[in-house]
Structures are given as C-alpha cells and as structure tokens.
Ligand binder design. Sequence first.
Ligand code: NAP
Length: 489
Amino acid sequence: MSAATSLPSDTRLDCTRYARGLFIGGRWLPGADIAVVDPSTEEVLAKVADAGVDDAMAAVDAAAAAAPGWRGTPPRQRAEILRRCFVLMMGRHEELAVLISLENGKSLTDARGEVTYAAEFFRWYGEEAVRIGGEFRTAPSGANRILVDYEPIGIAVLITPWNFPAAMATRKIAPALAAGCTVILKPASETPLTAYALAEIYAEAGVPDGVVNVITTSTPGPVTNAMLNDPRVRKLSFTGSTAIGRVLLAEGAKTVLSCSMELGGNAPFIVFDDADLEAALDGAMIAKMRNAGEACTAANRFYVQDGIYERFAAGLVERMAALKVGAGTDPQTACGPMITRKAVDKIEALVADATKRGARILQGGARPEGKGFFYPPTVLADVPRDAEMAYEEIFGPVAALYRFSSEDDAVTAANDTEHGLAAYIFTEDLKRGLSVASRVEAGMVALNRGLLSDPAAPFGGVKQSGLGREGGVHGVLEYMEAKYIAAAF
Ligand code: NAP
C-alpha cells in the first residue's frame, strides 16, 4: 500500500481563489483565519474568513431584506434560476470535483459522482418549483370548504458536514429556494471552499443578493445560537452527527423552531445464503467504500448468513486488498485519506476494541507511517456483537463481519441500534427481501443494491438518525408551512 503525497500537476488548483471571504448580501467580506488542510498532505490549501456573531446577524439581516422579493418571485423565474445553477455547476464539473477531492480527500471518482449528484438537486427542484400545489376539499360536515395553501416557511439556517461538501449544501439550498425561502449556509470548517465556489455560481445564475448567504466560523456554537434565537429565522436544517443534532434541537426549542435533522447512521448490510454473491460483493464495495467509508449511509455492520459467510469474506478481502490508497486527486486512487488525524485515531481505537474482544483481521488493520490521514481498507471477521463498532459509526474503510443463522436473528441484530438511516439487504428471494425491508428500522432500504441516494427520492432516517426528509417531492415541504383557510361557501 502506498500513501501518495504528491499530486499530479493537472489537478493542482489555486484554492486561495475560493477563499474570498464571507458571502453576505451578495458581497464578499474578506478574512483569512481558518486554515483548510489537504488531508492527503497536511498542507494548508487556503484560509477562510472567521465569522463572529455580528457577521452572522448581518447574514440574517441580508436574508431578511431579500426575503419579500424572493418569496414574490414567480415560481417559473425561480425554476429557471435553479436550472441555471444546474447548468453552471455541470459546466464547472471537473474543477469542482478536484476542489472537493483536495479539501475532503475523497477519490476523484467519488468527487465527480458527488458533483453530478449535487447539481441534480438544482435540476430536480427547478422542476419542482413550478409544481408546488395546494389542497381543496369539502369539510366532512359539508358546511364549508377546506383550502390549504403552502407558503415559504421563512429564513432558513443550513448547517452541513464535511463528507459531502457540495451535495449536502445543494440538497438544502435547492429545495429552500424552490419553496421561496432565503438562507444562510454554514458549511463545515474542514471543507468550506466548495461552498464558497458554489456561491459564485448562485450569483452568476441570477440568484438575487441576500437570497443565499455563506459564512464560515471557528465558533459554530455561539454563532449558530445567535441566528437560531433571532425570531426572523424560522427553519434549521442540519446535517451532521447525532450528538450535535441533539444540541441544536435543544437550542431550537427556545424559539419553537422548525428543525430538519439528517444525522448519523449505523447501517446494517444483510447477506442471506441465497444472495447472488457477486452482486452482494459489488454492493458491499459501494456501500462500504464510497467516500472511503465516510458516508452516513456507509455499511457499518455486515451480517452474513452461515452458508455464504466464508465465500463472502474471501471475496471482500480480495476486493479490498486491490484498492489503491493515496491522495484523492491521484486518478489511480480508490481510497483517499480520512478527513483528520482524529478520525484515524477513532477508527484505530474501534479496530483495537474489536480485536481485543476476539475479531480477526483478514485485511489491513494498521495505519501507515508518513504524512496524510490514511487508513487502509480493512476487513474484520467474527466481530462480536458487543464490540464498540457495532454501536458507533466507524466512518472509515473498515468492513466488520458478523455471522447470523436465522432471519429473525439478523433483523433483531440489525435493529439493535439507536440509529435508523440506511439498511442493505441481499437475497434472491423477493418475498423475503420485502418482508425484511419492512421489518428493518431504517428510513431507507436498498434491496440488492449498494447505493440508494437519488435526488428524486426522500432521503432521511428514523429513530436517532433524524427528522424529516431531503430530496424528492418531500424535500421542498420541509421549507413550507401549510396554511389552512376555512371558507364558507
Ligand atoms: P458534526 O461534527 O456534527 O458537524 C456538522 C456541522 O455542524 C459542521 O458544520 C460543524 O461545524 C457544525 N457544528 C459543530 N458544532 C456545532 C454547534 N455547537 N452548533 C452549530 N453547529 C455546529 O458532523 P461531521 O463530523 O461534520 O459529519 C459527520 C456526521 O454527519 C456523521 O455522523 C454522519 O453520519 C453525519 N451525516 C449525516 C448525513 C445524513 O444525511 N443523515 C449526511 C452526511 C453526514 P464545524 O465544522 O465548524 O465544527
């Protein structure tokens, strides 16, 4: 395994050009305080501005000033602006992919996939913007009519994580704008450059000043709290860890804020004896290794039935061993670095805990020396069910294999978690697949597939994986309020 530290010259980008400052009211407010580090080399790519509470309140002022105009903009016009965002993003596809790869570390293949996925939210919600309907019905008593109108909820604060710097932002911004809301985006400190690059696109696409504001901060707690406590802010949409989600829900309670939460996952990946082995292995590689395991939907626990267990383990080892580890921007790389040294420390501790309890390392399992936050593709067999990694997100390239005998046992084990985001099931028996899909506690189930994200589908979790849905026709409703008008006629 080699952890490449040099980048091909054609993938060098001057990242400082994206660090123009805070983007508030259509203007750039300069600042260069928060270092953005390339996780492959540990070199500083650029420094972005550090917003304080006053800057955050200026962003709320800008969003408030732009709100009436945007709310009153005809849906067709909003739709065309969103469509232009899609076209402009696709026009800068490779540049954005390299930028994501540099600041996040993910492979170019994954970064390219993310840009396409992220841009699709603009296309989808451009199409949805003109199809937001209302309701009209007769009251059961027959005495009056029930009219329901959907109105933009108001100013939205959007907070995003580092693992999908483009897609987590557009999955919020596109439906919010389609609904007629103005927004303030606070991207993760590790990967703010993509968010600022996209801000250039909004302006070029014709998004009016103040409709989208982007701020970065080294003090997310106080800065966010100030915005959430402002009565003009009516929506919080957060994607990140369950721990921070709980903190923000408590803060939002103070103003009875509408909160959408896309939180952590602990996805089970269940392989039955009758599964198509090759399909299950292909699915496993996508579900585990997209983003080098740094995905909320990543398969965290592989439950494999006795009869297929050894063959599945052997196939997975072969595929994981073949992955090249290196800088994301190296076109040969299949597994880039983790986001930070802390992330590698966490993975290492989870693997140590599992092996201490009896898990066997079939592949990988030792971090390399040298620069960069690398961890190798790893396969662990016979992981005991009380291992910490059975309850914690690994968020790295470690496949943990658990054995099961009966369907009931698999379902019970899969549901033994506070999370409920994604689940994967592989079986050739459709009846069993659908039955297990309905018994598994998850917001999303992939049946004989390793990938489920789709801008046209409702993405979200149950239990402590979140509240609300992003994507599809559901996503826009998170930014709208139903107004009921009782009409007597
Ligand atoms: P995180 O630590 O919760 O951070 C997420 C965002 O919250 C960042 O922008 C962070 O800012 C901000 N933040 C941190 N503390 C805050 C506070 N007190 N008040 C307001 N904002 C605060 O999560 P992460 O490590 O970036 O992302 C990984 C997690 O996200 C995983 O658990 C993953 O499963 C989850 N995730 C979920 C989904 C989904 O759709 N369900 C998608 C992707 C990721 P700073 O960067 O400045 O700290």
